[in-house]
Design a protein around this ligand. Structure first.
Ligand SMILES: [Zn+2]
Length: 129
């Protein structure tokens, strides 16, 4: 679940969204519109990504919601626990949530270098500051 923060410039009143985690009333930075005011957090909200109805190969069936997916995974866990004699616990993982998958940027530079050396990627022409 991602949290978003609504911030307002104390000079021009422009309202925008920011990801900085601060308390309501605290300032997160300067305004990108007027360049004079400071952005003050006025609200926060979060959202959970929904699940579109689809055929899921992991459960071998059609699922219409996260709850239904979890129920099917629980049933498969129970079935496979009995079948294998060891506890099986299947959990839903959102492939878009890199943190849940344990993915980080570690080693990314070395991977990019190897891909360039192998001719799989072309070097960027952008100047990275
Ligand atoms: Zn402003």
């Amino acid at each position: 679940m991602k949290k978003w923060y609504q911030v307002r410039c104390n000079a021009c009143g422009n309202v925008t969204i920011d990801l900085a985690d601060v308390r309501i009333g605290e300032y997160v930075g300067s305004c990108n519109v007027c360049h004079e005011g400071l952005l003050q957090r006025i609200a926060s909200f979060s959202f959970t990504r929904g699940m579109k109805p689809h055929f899921n190969t992991a459960v071998g069936g059609y699922v219409e919601s996260k709850r239904q997916m979890d129920d099917k995974l629980k049933a498969l866990s129970d079935r496979d626990s009995v079948r294998t004699g060891t506890t099986q616990t299947y959990e839903r993982v959102d492939m878009r949530e890199s943190a849940a998958l344990g993915v980080s940027d570690e080693g990314l530079d070395a991977t990019r270098k190897r891909r360039r050396e192998a001719g799989l990627d072309h070097p960027t022409k952008k100047t990275i500051i």
